[in-house]
Design a protein around this ligand. Sequence first.
Ligand code: SF4
Ligand code: MG
Length: 335
Amino acid sequence: TEPLLQVRDVKTHFPVRGGLLGRVRGTVKAVDGVGFDVRRGETLGLVGESGCGKSTLGRTLLRLVEPTAGSIRFEGRELTGLSQRELRPLRRRMQLVFQDPYASLNPRMTVRDILGEPFAIHGLERGPAREAKVGELLDLMGLPRDALGRYPHEFSGGQRQRIGIARAIALRPDLVVADEPISALDVSIQAQIVNLLVDLQRELGLTYIFIAHDLKIVEYVSTRVAVMYLGRIVELADAADLYRKPRHPYTQALLSAVPVPDPEHKRSRIILQGDVPSPLAPPPGCPFHPRCPYAMERCRRETPPLYALGNGHTAACFLVEDEARKATEGGSGVL
Ligand code: SF4
Ligand code: MG
């Protein structure tokens, strides 16, 4: 069956202005040639250090940020190039859950108005019918009915995120991009919110793109996982494959920082050198080479393509070139 979302070579570049005259001084390539499919009903985890372009990618896929180039197809329909008016009927089917429930809820609106707003925007359900829908949403979220007349500040962080999630799923979307939905919350309530998202997915048949930097939670929720570095996907695989046998040195480094309970499967620890380089001046060749413990001469000059390793596993590193040739039976191994 057709994937829900097909993303091809998407780029989101921003001009950087500076000086008194606000002249363009450079370009940030926040997303720089990203492609993958999202299958209906799955959770695609998206991981990487802060500043790698995860949030920009998530927003670009929903056309909340305009892509500079590339193709985004939702149920086969091209989203790039659609006007805001043409996008409107599709908006209700693609929603964003924000990282910060404090900032994303209007403090002057009651919960009734916050949850009624999606219906109002799309001209759906009025009066008692809308009130009933909003009440059902509260039940689904495990929030009390008397929440309706209250304001966001009257709730705990976890409850506020429940309100944010309720607003996102109010119109029964197909695709939800959850951008670090628990990282602003107290550790003690993170698991509740994750489990709520998992339950909702099952009940409502949602498809998720789950953005996070906590690799443990991503492993728990994801069907497949994509690892981003400096605006690109450097590895993508089924979650089990990625965690069991990561191929890209960056993925290996991220995972080696995650404690493993079973000492038999202890991962060798790779310490990442330095910080993520500025996306204003990405390194030539393999963008990871200044931090890679295995960098070769070639890595400073050439950019590795995404190699296909079988079973949908891809990695952008010259070290897997031979493995990819074998996996593609004498082909180039390049995806
Ligand atoms: Fe490291 Fe080279 Fe692989 Fe890049 S291509 S991750 S620098 S070994
Ligand atoms: Mg972010």
